[in-house]
Design a binder for this molecule. Structure first.
Ligand code: ZN
Length: 412
């Protein structure tokens, strides 16, 4: 390395010497013009760079003042920022960078989030030596890579993906969107189940920023394989059947377990007598979001005796669902209002006759109570026959990626 550098240096000196000998007139002209513009020659400005994190309970102006930016300039900058970014949204702990030239502020950068930077730059130096600045929000340039995520589930999907960055997002997509219709992640997951995904990842300067589309996903649950492929903004299985169903497999986020199933006879824990339990109970922390399992119309919402806070929804095909013991009912969930599948109806609680926080989830068909878990097997809707060849061609590559991704090769 040392020898190499010396060689480059020697050649450089030689080349410079040749150039300077051959064209002295260039240098004469250059000295004259430098003198004419009153610029100090050959004295580089002192650049001072400060990087840090925004402290707690502080403002932009105070932060700038802390680093010896005159308050008048700090105030001017705060005003300039206003149209492009709300300075009240400045978060403690976020990174900033100050660059000063000969003691005067040249640039100020604040990292808003993983994708955006607020930039304040000096744009001109006026006759009276005062500074003028311009502010803008810049989107970071992101590099897209298609990658494979593979994990084996031991306890929960969340734990299985815990080593991946932003795994909350991945878990949520799989459990509450892609496979929400097929698998109830609160009750169906078995140790040894596996997940595979082909997903876009976005990087900035080599650092992971976020995920993009999940192009393909596979869940092997209790030996049964479920696959989903993204095609024109919707997910389909390998045969081109839509994976979207009229009913979600569960009205809860995935971190819940069934504490009591549907039965016509059981001992009631509070009333201490044999009663039927024509519902499914999910044990979940108070406050866990509860969502509508299907599109429908709210028929009742509010206090209802032993059910505590209860929301009831009417769906197509003579079906209704009921969500009881809620700690709160979501805003606007009132009788007569239409509600979409996946929309919040409220939060888990222990209101009414309940020994602890849980969701008492009921379903009826034509007025008769039925087991909500029996509704899983509604027929899927296929792609139109003429679209299918295109679909099969489109997913082939991703299918191959799922097939070839193995736990040992890609697990982190
Ligand atoms: Zn119950």
């Amino acid at each position: 390395m040392g020898i190499y550098k010396c060689n480059v240096g020697c050649i450089w000196v030689l080349v410079m010497a040749v150039i300077m000998t051959l064209i002295p007139r260039y240098w004469e002209a250059r000295f004259v013009s430098e003198a004419a513009s009153h610029q100090p020659f050959n004295i580089p400005p002192t650049i001072e760079v400060t990087e840090g994190k925004i402290e707690e309970n502080t403002t932009l102006v105070a932060t700038l003042a802390d680093f010896n930016v005159p308050v008048t300039i700090a105030n001017e900058i705060a005003l300039l920022i206003k149209p492009v970014f709300d300075v009240r949204d400045i978060r403690s702990g976020n990174l900033f960078r100050l660059e000063k030239e000969d003691g005067a502020l040249r640039t100020f950068e604040y990292k808003i989030d993983d994708e955006r930077v607020l930039k304040v730059e000096r744009v001109e130096k006026l006759e009276d030596e005062s500074e003028s600045y311009a502010a803008r929000v810049e989107k970071l340039e992101l590099e897209e890579r298609e990658s494979t995520v593979v994990a084996e589930i031991q306890s929960s999907l969340w734990n299985a993906l815990a080593d991946y960055p932003k795994h909350d997002w991945l878990t949520n997509q799989l459990a509450n969107s892609i496979f929400a219709w097929d698998v109830d992640f609160s009750s169906d997951i078995q140790p040894g189940d596996t997940v595979r995904m082909v997903v876009d990842e976005y990087y900035h300067e080599g650092k992971f920023v976020k995920y993009g589309d999940i192009h393909a996903a596979e869940l092997v649950n209790d030996g049964k394989s479920y696959r989903a492929f993204l095609f024109r903004d919707s997910y389909y299985d390998e045969k081109g059947n839509s994976i979207k169903r009229p009913f979600l497999a569960s009205p809860l986020e995935f971190n819940a377990r069934i504490s009591s199933g549907f039965t016509r006879r059981r001992m009631h824990p509070i009333l201490n007598s044999v009663r039927s339990h024509m519902a499914v109970d999910y044990a979940a922390a108070s406050g866990t979001p509860v969502v509508a399992v299907a599109d429908g119309t709210v028929t009742s919402s509010g206090w209802n005796g032993g059910y505590g806070r209860l929301v009831q929804i009417r769906h197509a095909s003579g079906l209704t669902t009921g969500y009881a013991h809620l700690s709160r009912i979501a805003d606007g969930v009132r009788p007569g209002r239409t509600i979409k599948q996946g929309e919040r109806v409220g939060a888990v609680g222990a209101t009414g006759l309940a020994t602890g926080p849980h969701l008492h989830y009921m379903m009826t068909r034509n007025g008769t109570p039925i087991n909500p878990l029996s509704i899983k097997s509604e027929p899927p809707v296929p792609l139109p026959a003429k679209t299918k060849p295109e679909f099969l061609k489109y997913i082939a590559g991703r299918q191959e990626k799922l097939n070839s991704s193995t736990l040992t090769a890609t697990a982190r």
